[in-house]
Design a protein around this ligand. Sequence first.
Ligand SMILES: CCCCCCC/C=C/C(=O)SCCNC(=O)CCNC(=O)[C@H](O)C(C)(C)COP(=O)(O)OP(=O)(O)OC[C@H]1O[C@@H](n2cnc3c(N)ncnc32)[C@H](O)[C@@H]1OP(=O)(O)O
Ligand SMILES: NC(=O)C1=CN([C@@H]2O[C@H](COP(=O)(O)OP(=O)(O)OC[C@H]3O[C@@H](n4cnc5c(N)ncnc54)[C@H](OP(=O)(O)O)[C@@H]3O)[C@@H](O)[C@H]2O)C=CC1
Length: 288
Amino acid sequence: MRTDQPLPPVGGLRPDVHTGKVALVTGGGTGIGRATALDLAAGGASVVICGRRPEPLAEAAKEIEALGGSCVTLSADIREESHVTTVVDRALDAFGRIDVLVNNAGGQFSAPAEEISPGGWRAVHRLAVEATWAMTREVARRAMIPRRSGAVFFIAFSPRRGIPGFAHAASARAAVENLAAGLSLEWSRYGIRTVCVAPGTIATGGLDDHYTPEDRERWERSVPLGRLGRPEDVSGLISFLASPQGSYITGTTVVVDGGADAWGAGHPVPDVPHHLTTPDSSPNKDNP
Ligand SMILES: CCCCCCC/C=C/C(=O)SCCNC(=O)CCNC(=O)[C@H](O)C(C)(C)COP(=O)(O)OP(=O)(O)OC[C@H]1O[C@@H](n2cnc3c(N)ncnc32)[C@H](O)[C@@H]1OP(=O)(O)O
Ligand SMILES: NC(=O)C1=CN([C@@H]2O[C@H](COP(=O)(O)OP(=O)(O)OC[C@H]3O[C@@H](n4cnc5c(N)ncnc54)[C@H](OP(=O)(O)O)[C@@H]3O)[C@@H](O)[C@H]2O)C=CC1
């Protein structure tokens, strides 16, 4: 199967599986977030999508409305706490509840670890960890804890370990995996499920814009199933996890990666000069 063949929304789920639910998807105008918003809407959910740029949000809303769904779009930078509050205000004004939160907005740049400045590190963690927590906390306190129900999704990375060039991003996503696990211990008592989804490399516009065709080919070669993922491979999983069929799943990470996590960051291993790996050639061998 080719990566560029989209899957129909809803997949094998019933078309009314999310009827009556309200879902908030951060970064819902593009890529995985857009596919997730479409899948949830195709299952009957009303959706709220946010992102910084209004244009992709408007495009996604048009597609959702063409499916017969309801969609509210909000232009917001979720790194700003006041924007997080406004997004939740507007979602509650529009629909009165939020049942599903998909913390999808995220991003990074690829750089050797030693070249990531403190500011660059902070930029990545601020979005993937701090903004995600701010949104989760706001939605939980105002919409989910009072109703004693909800499902919160987080997005991590596969492989679930160090990835060359992504020291900041892989560590941020590890934090988010741990957050999903820890929150399940505290919030199961409120009927809130917290699940992390770890996609492998997924063919999105974001991937095309920020990485080279060589990166993409290298990643593709490290996938046992032999192709990159489609946004719908991830969104279909989230839609299932949000459905009643997923209601016993919480506090864990579900990997959707064509087998990439089973293999690792690819073959061959990152280049390490020979003299650093042979014990008798240490520059400090006389003074260890
Ligand atoms: C084997 C499997 C491999 C798996 C691969 C996983 C593939 C994952 C793919 C995806 O996630 S695709 C989604 C793609 N979308 C993005 O990644 C978004 C692109 N990135 C950004 O939008 C931004 O980089 C950011 C991370 C969100 C930061 O945005 P911000 O507006 O805060 O940045 P700035 O204000 O411009 O800079 C802040 C800080 O960061 C430093 N910096 C920014 N870019 C770079 C860079 N390319 N290289 C080095 N440093 C960078 C910048 O210099 C600033 O630092 P200081 O100057 O303050 O020190
Ligand atoms: N594609 C891949 O291979 C993988 C992706 N992921 C993660 O999945 C998520 C979606 O990725 P993908 O669809 O590929 O990428 P995109 O770049 O298409 O999606 C990122 C979305 O987040 C929004 N966003 C970014 N920063 C902010 C912000 N500060 N406030 C609000 N919205 C923001 C963007 O909109 P705007 O720019 O308008 O704000 C955009 O819609 C990301 O977290 C990504 O890191 C994880 C593993 C692999």
